[in-house]
Design a protein around this ligand. Structure first.
Ligand SMILES: [Fe+2]
Length: 267
């Protein structure tokens, strides 16, 4: 049996959320997608509200993952405890609410495991070691397919995680930098991999933010509150095709959609 798993890059702002919620049913049908994981930690710019998380789940996302902005909208804490479909990084301290991994029902009775981890290079150094956390979770996770969203800044840390988990999980992808990398591949022991999926939000922006606000910061101007950019949105992600007999990934395809049709898909 082959499964198509769509991983969607960080949803940024209400406009990115709206474009995704309008588009995902069609994308699922056209791409014959069986399961969707989406990083949602920037749906509010910084953080995600319970309603935004519910909107993602209602539009066809199976599991929402988060990252360094998990607590940006602190009222998400109750839903993190209540919903198994909303994950925060598993290597956060045990003192915080929620969970970092889960096992979900896939087609044909398959058990699909999803793990959310956060990196420590050029980020908050306090989370537990994501590599050894993955080891601990994999010892407990009884699943037919295992997917890992590694929310991290450094390409080196993400690549190292891909190689570390090669052959032990079905796919590893990076999130957080909002810029897609051109390195989608299958690692030697069968794990599908990409360093960063990119983002889902305003196309004419600096990582989702109005360009002039970002430029002002780099010019050394007075600090101004970041605001999300306007204009057409894009969706960036990757489709991992998993062969459940071979227990590995047989194809990875980066996928892009844009609201005004300026950019097509990449094979
Ligand atoms: Fe992030």
């Amino acid at each position: 049996m082959q499964l198509n798993l769509l991983a969607i890059g960080d949803v940024v702002a209400e406009s990115g959320l709206a474009y995704l919620t309008r588009s995902l049913r069609t994308i699922r049908r056209e791409e014959q997608i069986d399961f969707v994981v989406c990083n949602g930690e920037n749906a509010s710019g910084v953080g995600i509200t319970p309603q935004q998380a519910q909107d993602l789940l209602d539009c066809g996302v199976d599991v929402v993952t988060l990252g360094n902005h998990t607590w940006g909208k602190i009222r998400i804490t109750d839903l993190l405890d209540e919903s198994p479909y909303l994950l925060r990084p598993a290597n956060f301290s045990r003192r915080v609410p929620g969970r970092g991994w889960g096992i979900y029902d896939g087609p044909g009775g398959l058990r699909i495991g999803v793990m959310n981890l956060i990196g420590r290079v050029s980020m908050d150094p306090n989370p537990d070691n994501p590599f050894t956390t993955a080891d601990t979770i994999l010892r407990k996770m009884q699943a037919d397919v295992i997917l890992v969203d590694f929310h991290a800044e450094a390409t080196s840390e993400k690549l190292a995680m891909g190689w570390y988990l090669d052959g032990r999980v079905s796919a590893v992808w990076g999130t957080h930098t909002h810029v897609p990398t051109a390195d989608a591949r299958i690692l030697p022991k069968g794990t599908g991999y990409i360093t960063d999926l990119g983002m889902t939000g305003p196309a004419d922006s600096v990582l989702g933010v109005q360009p002039q606000l970002s430029i002002n910061r780099f010019l050394g101007g007075l600090p101004r509150r970041y605001q999300s950019a306007e204009g057409p949105c894009k969706i960036e992600g990757a489709v991992f095709t998993i062969d459940t007999q071979k227990k590995g990934c047989v194809q990875v395809r980066q996928r892009f959609w844009q609201e005004d049709g300026r950019k097509g898909s990449q094979p």
